[in-house]
Design a protein around this ligand. Structure first.
Ligand code: T4K
Length: 371
């Protein structure tokens, strides 16, 4: 494999061109391009099977899926969540008129620290929205036990966790609902897209209505819904990509293992290794550079940039520090998340990343150390 001019943090997986053309050929006969057509139905069925879930609803993107599930569950009040995430998680809560209450994360995997949740619950709390950040699974058992005790819904932001399993059980079955992103940058993509997985049979109809303007019958509109339907071209991309997914994850595994082999044990380098009971999807390669490393995360980023390698600060700043929320939240209340956000760098990670390039990236990273 030749070395590309520049290496970006990720690169979309694409099926063979001819396979996609074959998949969309029928659309020229049917002229049916969207509004829950044939490809949409086929992808729902295929994903139900792949993820091992009772039911699924597809969306135009993961963010709309998150907003829609909050609407369909008719939630009001406060939602306990984490600030160490992409803008979408917090924005979805706020845009639906709910109030985020930020819980700190665990230092080893940056997911919600379940031991802190109960201290944040009050009579206005209606739900918990934990994030399986980087595909690292939250402590779902502890979270759901607390939720059950207090009568709260649990909606996982599983945007990064497609295909991840714990003790052989699909993470898509956790909680009341799990949202997945099928964005171009994800392990499984439909170009743009997303889904909600759930068990409650009532939710399917509600989600389908909410994502289609709240239309409930030919001449009835019962909800003030939006438009968040996945189109047929996106669904066709999903059908193709799903056929190659296991192979893609196997290739990512080799890349991840090379990174871990090269970086593990370096002073001041903190990796996010999968737990023993988890089958990971190798979605991201986050590295936290502690003071002991001797160089800052920004210095590492600059050194990589000089080599045309584009790492990213996923996730900095904390969502609670965004300008649009100025004066509303206090990120000193989530010190573990704040610490990680100041020090994390996500290194390039995708199926076709050459191991020679991983070596080059690791050489550059390690050369910046002043430990
Ligand atoms: N919850 C969480 C925890 C999330 O991380 C996200 C999305 C969501 C919810 C919402 O799901 P969606 O509504 O997006 O389905 C990217 C993605 O746009 C976003 O989906 C993702 N999280 C977030 C973590 O990353 P940016 O602004 O960093 O993307 P961008 O355009 O800088 O792309 C990053 C790299 O990906 C590029 O350097 C190259 C590569 N790339 C990008 C695109 C657009 C490709 O290879 N192909 C492409 O088409 O947000």
């Amino acid at each position: 494999m030749t070395t590309p001019d520049r290496i970006l943090v990720t690169r979309s997986s694409m099926p063979p061109f001819e396979e996609y053309v074959e998949e969309i050929r029928g659309l020229w006969d049917s002229h049916w391009l969207t509004n829950m057509g044939e490809k949409h139905e086929a992808l729902e069925a295929a994903l139900k099977d792949y993820l091992g879930v009772p039911d699924i609803a597809l969306f135009v993107n993961g963010h709309s899926a998150l907003e829609c599930v909050l609407e369909a569950m008719q939630l009001h009040g406060k939602v306990i969540t984490t600030p160490y995430t992409f803008a979408s998680t917090t924005h979805a809560i706020v845009r639906k008129g709910l109030e985020p209450v930020f819980c700190d994360v665990r230092p080893d995997d940056y997911t919600m620290d379940a031991s802190l949740i109960e201290s944040l619950i009050d009579e206005d709390t209606c739900a918990i929205m934990p994030v399986h950040v980087y595909g690292n699974l939250c402590d779902n058992d502890a979270i759901e036990e607390i939720a059950h005790k207090h009568g709260l819904k649990v909606i996982y932001d599983a945007a990064h966790a497609f295909g991840v399993r714990k003790n052989g059980v699909s993470a898509a079955t956790f909680g009341d609902a799990s949202m997945f992103s099928f964005h171009a940058t994800k392990v499984f993509n439909t170009i743009e897209g997303g889904a909600v997985c759930f068990a409650d049979p009532k939710l399917k109809e509600l989600l389908n209505q909410w994502k289609n303007f709240g239309i409930t019958g030919l001449e009835t509109v019962e909800y003030v819904g939006g438009n968040a339907k996945m189109n047929e071209f996106a669904a066709a991309m999903g059908l193709c990509n799903l056929r190659h997914l296991d192979e893609e994850i196997a290739k990512r595994k080799l890349v991840a293992e090379r990174y871990w082999e090269r970086l593990e044990g370096a002073p001041g380098v903190r990796l996010s290794l999968p737990k023993a009971d988890v089958s990971p999807n190798y979605a991201y390669m986050p590295v936290v550079f502690e003071d002991e490393f001797g160089a800052t995360r920004n210095e590492v980023r600059e050194a990589l940039l000089a080599q045309n390698v584009y790492s990213r600060k996923y996730f900095y700043p904390l969502t609670s520090d965004f300008e649009c929320y100025a004066g509303r939240f206090d990120s000193s209340k989530t010190p573990v998340a704040a610490h990680a956000a100041q020090r994390v760098l996500t290194l390039p990670m995708y199926a076709d990343l050459a191991l020679a390039d991983v070596d080059r990236i690791c050489d550059t990273v390690l050369a910046t150390s002043r430990a």
